[in-house]
Design a protein around this ligand. Structure first.
Ligand code: SF4
Length: 378
């Protein structure tokens, strides 16, 4: 495939009926887990230091030199079934140079090849950086866990090594909301993600309302898991998690797509409560539950070292490097050889489920052998 020839594609719209990031699609299409999604870490810089940051330990004050863009494009070109790319950080647009020389070229490449794109951003910087992505980007994914600027101040700078003034945080909070509104009006698809954790679990409906008022098209909801900065934070019980989800379902705006991910509830559970919740989620209009892409149809590539990981934040060491190998080959090794993958790669067709996320298993189901379980008929 040429990376410079523009082609026109008619792509199926992203909707509750079609989520190209869900690994169940490629599993069904190819009969086995297949690499269709590549996430790239484009910076370790960020203007925030969130309490729960899943890549907090990797944040830095200076980025090393990036591997050549030509090598990255070559490696993407070789991924036979590539359907989506995601760009993450840090704050990917922290430096304008990264926007101009890495992000926009990668988004353009994807657009020309008919590949869907997502970027994970805090949206607090100058809007011009995000406007440069507007013509090419499919999903602007932001984190939103607040009901006001004070919440944002408390959560967003909890791991800063110097005190951040309230006025500074308020300004960033207002910029984020204004950027979200303005970019939505200009046609950007904004998907705001909230985590269910000890701070948010009783105020998710209020958070949801602010997200809808900002013009977001989708609200993503994931439990917080113990990774990096979040390791020392209090974790919710499964009961608290279920209650929080019911509260959100009872109070949500039903016109907005609500996408749940990495949930710790499975159709093979012995718990009536879990099965009841799964049934409710299945029957709710405009609600989907995404299977976890990490290691199923996606790998993460660090654009500075070239190292390939199962996710951007897992403690699982790298299992390949794009300087030496094709991504399809690295992924195949993970699938066929890695002992961790073998613990979670179950599949129940009727339940639309392809197993737990590694962190979910580790936190709530350490001793459960999912490969010996089967989904109940609900
Ligand atoms: S795929 Fe695995 S986790 Fe999902 S319902 Fe089946 S056995 Fe349970």
């Amino acid at each position: 495939m040429s990376i410079s020839t523009e082609q026109s594609y008619t792509l199926q719209g992203i909707s509750p009926d079609y989520d190209p990031w869900d690994p169940i699609n490629s599993l069904r299409k190819y009969g086995k887990h297949t690499l269709t999604s590549v996430e790239m870490t484009v910076t370790h810089l960020c203007n925030m230091r969130c309490e729960h940051c899943a890549v907090g330990d990797m944040l830095a004050l200076k980025d090393p030199e990036q591997i050549p863009l030509s090598l990255i494009l070559k490696r993407l070109d070789e991924v036979e079934h590539l359907q989506t790319i995601s760009l993450t950080g840090g704050e990917p647009s922290f430096r304008e140079k990264t926007v101009n020389e890495t992000i926009v070229p990668l988004l353009k490449y994807a657009k020309e090849r008919g590949i869907r794109t997502q970027i994970n951003s805090n949206l607090t910087l100058d809007i011009s950086r995000y406007e440069k992505m507007l013509p090419y980007l499919d999903v602007m994914h932001i984190s939103f866990n607040y009901i006001n600027a004070d919440d944002f101040h408390q959560v967003g700078f909890a791991n800063s090594n110097h005190p951040v003034k309230r006025e500074t945080a308020v300004k960033l909070y207002e910029t984020m909301i204004e950027n979200a509104r303005s970019l939505s009006e200009q046609g950007m698809y904004i998907s705001a993600e909230s985590m269910i954790n000890f701070r948010t679990h009783k105020k998710l409906p209020q958070i949801h309302q602010l997200i809808t008022e900002m013009g977001s098209k989708r609200h993503e909801v994931h439990p917080m898991y113990a990774a990096d900065f979040a390791v020392s934070l209090p974790m919710l019980s499964l009961d608290e998690m279920r209650t929080a989800i019911y509260d959100l379902l009872d109070h949500r705006n039903k016109d907005i797509w609500m996408l749940f991910g990495t949930l710790p509830f499975f159709a093979c559970s012995n718990s009536e409560e879990d099965l009841k919740l799964i049934k409710r989620l299945r029957n709710e209009p405009n609600v989907t539950v995404r299977n976890d892409p990490d290691g199923r149809n996606r790998v993460n590539v660090n654009l500075f070292t070239g190292n390939v990981y199962v996710t951007d934040f897992a403690a699982v060491p790298s299992f390949g490097n794009v300087k030496d190998e094709k991504l399809d080959d690295i992924f195949e090794k993970w699938l066929s050889e890695h002992p961790l993958n073998k613990t979670v790669n179950c599949f129940c067709d009727t339940a639309n489920c392809c197993g737990p996320n590694l962190l979910v298993k580790d936190m709530y189901y350490k001793d459960v052998d999912f490969k010996s379980r089967k989904a109940a008929t609900i």
